[in-house]
Design a protein around this ligand. Structure first.
Ligand SMILES: [Zn+2]
Length: 427
């Protein structure tokens, strides 16, 4: 009997602590009722689309949305005033290339996330996703596009938990299982063929491609992610076009991972919604991408990110391509691909440090900020709801000590975060 009594006691204590934690979390992150009103006094207010700054603006937020913006807006009597007169206020940032439900631990996994997927089951990865989502929000990222590597749809669970207000996090567009030619991004051995499942959906024929896209949509994916070229056999432009058409028919966009020149060329020719990485693209490929309205999500690895990820020589390749893509005028959205655990850092601090590469490539601050907001909002298809500080849009609002149009590095010091009308951070 004693062991049973013990376990009942333990269970009671565990439930007690869970309840306390749940109450505390709710206190930290209340969901606004329709009548909850804030008036944010902004010393400076940046419009990333126009690249302009207004001074002494008032933003009225009611419930989840922005109600009014301007210098002479009347503050409603019931509004809680938030004083950001010493800060610069701007729309929340976007990261168009995240893997929230995967964290590679180098001491255990080396540089291989194949190992990560063998050790970390989907439930653990969903919890990891909760922590990474919270940390992204704390760094100022209010919307992300999560491009797969989430086990068995941990990303769908995370997106739904955030949407229901169970946990704080950015608005998520999620890819579910990555669709790829046989083998995905791994190199399997014939006795253990299933080890890439469920991380990748292998699709080599057109029937398999349609099936993989529909399965993904059924299980909650809101964007389709394909890997074009991590095997010797790569998707042709015709294969990619076939998948783009199926995704678009179902109302989803398609993101294409391209690590080689040939793969990026095929994706640019097929007119994907976005090329991910694309560091080997020639100027002709970049011209082709521009002509076909392909957005480049360059994941421009900083020197330290490239080193941590095990390809230190690639940093300069990414910066060079970023420079050329900017000069050619390819539309770009900020995306990071941060997924390695680094002691002392969070997923958010690791992601925002990618602005270093943009500075190094000589991209002007106003264009970097556009890539981090409006360009990404359009790529993700959420620009009618978020990505700018305008009446009617979601109240996704952040503040920085300096004006990012003068010094883009100030986005690394986000001091205030409001997400859908909830104050998440106010240092
Ligand atoms: Zn990635």
């Amino acid at each position: 009997m004693r062991p049973q009594i013990k376990s009942v006691c333990f269970l009671t204590i565990a439930i007690f602590f869970l309840l306390i934690m749940a109450t505390r979390l709710a206190a930290q992150y209340p969901q606004p009722g329709p009548e909850r009103v804030f008036a944010i006094k902004a010393g400076k207010l940046v419009d990333p689309e126009k690249g302009t700054t207004e001074t002494n603006q008032i933003i009225v937020v009611r419930g989840r949305k922005i109600e009014a913006v301007g210098a002479n807006v009347t503050i409603p009597a019931n509004a809680k005033v938030i004083d950001l007169t010493k800060s610069t206020v701007l729309p929340g940032l976007f990261d168009a290339h995240t893997h929230l439900c995967m964290t590679l631990k180098k001491d255990r996994d080396g540089n291989s996330y194949f190992i990560t997927t063998l050790f970390d089951p989907t439930p653990f990865r969903a919890i990891e996703g909760v922590a990474n989502a919270r940390d992204m929000l704390a760094a100022g990222f209010t919307t992300v596009r999560d491009v797969g590597n989430a086990g068995n749809y941990a990303d769908t669970a995370l997106r739904e938990a955030i949407e229901r207000g169970l946990v704080p996090g950015p608005t998520m567009i999620n890819a579910g299982r990555i669709i790829a030619p046989y083998g995905g991004q791994f190199h399997l051995q014939p006795e253990k063929r299933d080890l890439a499942t469920p991380e990748y959906a292998f699709a080599d024929t057109h029937d398999e491609m349609i099936k993989a896209i529909r399965e993904n949509i059924h299980y909650g994916a809101t964007v389709i992610k394909i890997v074009v070229d991590d095997q010797k056999y790569i998707y042709s432009a015709e294969d990619i076009r076939f998948m783009v058409e199926e995704a678009h028919r179902d109302g989803l966009k398609l993101a294409a991972h391209c690590w080689t020149r040939a793969g990026a060329h095929n994706a640019a020719e097929a007119g994907v919604d976005s090329i991910e990485h694309g560091q080997m693209m020639t100027n002709e490929d970049l011209q082709l991408a521009k002509k076909n309205h392909v957005v480049l999500v360059g994941t421009d690895f900083t020197e330290s990110a490239a080193r941590e990820d095990g390809f230190p020589d690639m940093h300069s390749v990414f910066v060079d391509r970023l420079k050329r893509a900017y000069q050619i005028g390819v539309t770009m959205a900020f995306g990071t691909d941060a997924f390695v655990y680094v002691p002392g850092e969070t997923r958010g601090t690791l992601a925002v440090e990618y602005v270093d590469s943009w500075v190094e490539a000589g991209v002007p601050a106003k264009d970097t900020l556009r890539a981090m907001t409006i360009n990404a909002a359009r790529l993700l298809g959420v620009d009618a709801e978020r990505g700018a500080i305008k009446p009617g849009l979601a109240a996704d609002i952040i503040a920085t000590p300096e004006n990012p149009l003068d010094n883009i590095q100030t986005v690394r010091k986000v001091s205030f975060v409001m997400k859908d009308g909830n104050v998440f951070k106010n240092d």
